[in-house]
Design a protein around this ligand. Structure first.
Ligand SMILES: O=C(O)[C@H](O)[C@@H](O)[C@H](O)[C@H](O)COP(=O)(O)O
Length: 229
């Protein structure tokens, strides 16, 4: 079962996540000389990343990458790479090594092999994977009803190309295998609608119905959830 942190205010939750990430990264650096952090996109992470940017003293030993990416140019407002570069990788945090998902391939399916090689070269398990969740229970880009969902849940690969059934852009996503190849999973849940889905997810059921169950319905990797209204 996940460890829950409850907040009335999502900004306070975001600040607390940033502190928890910074502390965990510092411990990883002290132990292994390097720390790895994979970030989700969307709206929720923005305040976390803005707070985190100033929360660590030495970013030179941190590898930052993505949980998933929309297959758009990194200058596109929908790009998760753009989100991370504009919020986290500023000031001292610009010294971190960033490993993107998007490459020059024309689409996510053509780009997946090169991205897979880039991700295979990372020092697994990653230290922290920060997940979000959609109102449909998706996480990363593992969407219910997506034609690639079963493969994303069962593959031994690290990445998979996905065409979301009802969200813009082709995606490249970490697979369930990659998400569970981490030392810590952190999850942000804000608002009543997501809390309802979260409660359904932790009650158990088919992972295909609510893919967030990949993280929530397992005990191999410690999961911490920040829940705010
Ligand atoms: O690229 C993405 O969109 C994210 O990786 C995605 O999985 C996100 O975490 C959820 O869709 C929640 O998004 P919000 O935080 O915007 O609600």
């Amino acid at each position: 079962m996940p460890t829950e942190h409850h907040f009335t205010d999502s900004a306070e939750a975001a600040a607390d996540i940033a502190i928890r990430i910074a502390t965990t990264l510092e411990q990883a650096i002290a132990t292994r000389g390097v720390a790895t952090l994979a970030l989700s996109g969307g709206r929720s992470p923005r305040p976390v990343l803005e707070s985190l940017s100033a929360s660590l003293s030495d970013w030179r030993k941190v590898i930052v990458t993505l949980v998933d990416e929309r297959w758009v140019d990194p200058t596109d407002p929908d790009s998760n790479e753009k989100l991370v570069r504009d919020t986290l990788l500023q000031g001292p945090a610009a010294a971190a090594r960033f490993v993107p998902m998007k490459n020059a391939a024309a689409d996510a399916y053509l780009g997946q092999p090169a991205a897979e090689a880039d991700f295979a070269a990372l020092p697994w398990p990653l230290d922290i994977i920060l997940l979000g969740m959609g109102d449909d229970g998706h996480t990363a880009s593992l969407f219910p009803q997506a034609k690639e969902l079963d493969e994303g849940l069962s593959s031994s690969a690290l990445t998979i190309a996905v065409t979301p059934p009802a969200a813009p852009h082709q995606r490249l996503s970490l697979t369930a295998h990659a998400i569970l190849s981490s030392r810590h999973i952190f999850l942000q849940i804000s608002g009543a609608a997501k809390k309802t889905v979260y409660d359904r997810a932790i009650a158990g059921g088919p992972v295909e119905e609510l893919p967030i169950r990949v993280a929530l319905c397992q005990d191999a990797v410690p999961v911490e959830v920040w829940i705010s209204q």
